[in-house]
Design a protein around this ligand. Structure first.
Ligand code: NDP
Length: 415
């Protein structure tokens, strides 16, 4: 049915590639392209092995620098994909969107654009592409991972089936897994630490309120897990959800962290290792002469190089994630609550794809988003967040592609 390019060969891309391989009725030809071709080749070989003897799409690989629009356009023109799945880093969103426009290709990503030199994310940069995508007749699907992604689809599903008016929305994200490392992040360390160390933000009564980083927290009870301390963070989907559901009076995002993780994070910050500005460093020359030279490094990028690679965490990861939406609002004039969530086992994710649960919960929705587009169910010229589309076919696929969801009606939301 369709040709796709997956950009990136990290944890999320690996899961998405497995899921694409499992759906050969939808995906016929797939190119994996990243800045290091050898990683793409290794992934394609692993897929050939995992699905040997079964019907699967035709995979190919390429090297591409996704910061370079011309290189991307050349690759897109050569391969002619129907849609590009951007599973590289948020820094590349704008260059890939620009290249999609120049080559006439549709677009999907899982995280909104962030400038490299500022730990700040908002949709304005990507929403600015709206008219150009619309005029070109191309669809761009933004934020199609779990959160953002399934969190927006859950909200759209609640609005469509269970509420006349959503008034309070709390997105709750718990990772109760244990990777048995002293400190590691579950996805790209640079992006993850930037997200957590910035100020918190929530929406209430028409305005945004800023908090100090991790200032607001409380224990929340997660299904099959129990109570876990949960911290209020700014998260990108809140921006589009309060715009698309103007009846929302308050919208917040909560994420759990263990005490050990927070202690390490505190040390990292106090040592200056979370800095994203350039510093000068006296480094040995690569020519083996023993001489040194002043070079510029970004401490957080250096830290990423010495931390465990999130792709290697899967093997000993046990426990599960639990992510959902807790919603309060009106139906037929009466107040109701609704909690919709998924629990995902790290071990099961590893067994199926070789990756841990956080990569799994992101890569599966990315594949389903591309599937929705290729089936013509989510095809709409312009730049859209996931809640702009019909949630029903996506929700159906979540159940059959490894991320089943559960509902609690009129329970205690604790919030
Ligand atoms: P990784 O760091 O594991 O993978 C990123 C991949 O992109 C790597 O293969 C990397 O190459 C490649 N890459 C980086 N820069 C370039 C470039 N300039 N050109 C080409 N390729 C490049 O990250 P994850 O897989 O953990 O995360 C992928 C995305 O998913 C991120 O944007 C992240 O923010 C998002 N995400 C979204 C979530 C959600 O729920 N919505 C949750 C978790 C993650 P190399 O291998 O050489 O480093």
């Amino acid at each position: 049915m369709g040709k796709v390019i997956i950009i990136g060969a990290g944890g999320v891309a690996t899961v998405a590639a497995h899921k694409v391989a499992q759906n050969p009725d939808v995906f016929t030809e797939v190119m994996i392209a990243s800045r290091r071709r050898e990683k793409c080749v290794r992934l394609a070989e692993a897929l050939e092995q995992a699905y040997a003897g079964k019907s699967m799409p035709k995979f190919s690989t390429a090297k591409v620098d996704a910061d370079n629009v011309d290189e991307l356009v050349e690759l897109f023109n050569e391969f002619r994909p129907d849609i590009v799945m951007n599973l590289a880093l948020p820094y590349q969103d704008l260059t890939i969107m620009e290249a999609c426009l120049q080559a006439g290709v549709n677009y999907l990503d899982t995280a909104n654009y962030e400038p490299r030199d500022e730990a700040h994310f908002e949709y304005s940069w990507q929403w600015a592409f709206m008219d150009r995508f619309r005029e070109a007749g191309l669809t761009a699907i933004l934020g199609c991972g779990f959160d953002p992604g399934v969190s927006g689809i859950y909200t759209a599903y609640a609005a469509k089936h269970h509420f006349d008016e959503i008034q309070y929305l709390d997105i709750v994200d718990c990772n109760a897994g244990n990777h048995h490392k002293a400190f590691a992040t579950n996805f790209n360390p640079e992006i993850n630490i930037r997200e957590i160390t910035q100020k918190g933000l929530y929406y209430e009564n028409g305005k945004w309120t800023e908090t100090e980083p991790l200032e607001i927290h409380k224990p929340l009870t997660y299904p099959n897990i129990g109570p876990r301390e949960s911290y209020l963070l700014h998260h990108e989907e809140l921006e589009s959800l309060v715009k698309n559901y103007p009846t929302i009076r308050r919208a917040r995002f909560w994420m759990t962290f263990g005490q050990q993780y927070l202690t390490y994070l505190d040390c990292i910050q106090n040592l200056g290792m979370s800095r994203i500005d350039e510093i000068e460093y006296e480094a040995p020359l690569a020519d083996g002469s023993g001489k040194t030279a002043r070079v510029k490094i970004v401490p957080l990028q250096f830290l990423k190089a010495v931390l465990p690679n999130p792709q290697d965490l899967g093997e000993n990861y046990d426990g599960e994630t639990s992510i959902g939406c807790r919603i309060r609002g009106l139906k037929d004039g009466r107040e109701h609550t609704y909690y919709v969530y998924n629990n995902c086992s790290h071990e099961a994710a590893y067994k199926e794809t070789g990756m841990q649960g956080v990569s799994y919960t992101t890569g599966v929705p990315a594949m389903i988003g591309a599937m929705m587009f290729l089936k013509g169910l989510w095809k709409r010229p312009g730049v859209w967040n996931v809640e702009d589309f019909d949630p029903d076919p996506f929700m159906e696929q979540l159940n059959s592609q490894g991320l089943p969801w559960h509902e609690v009606f009129d329970g205690d939301l604790e919030l």
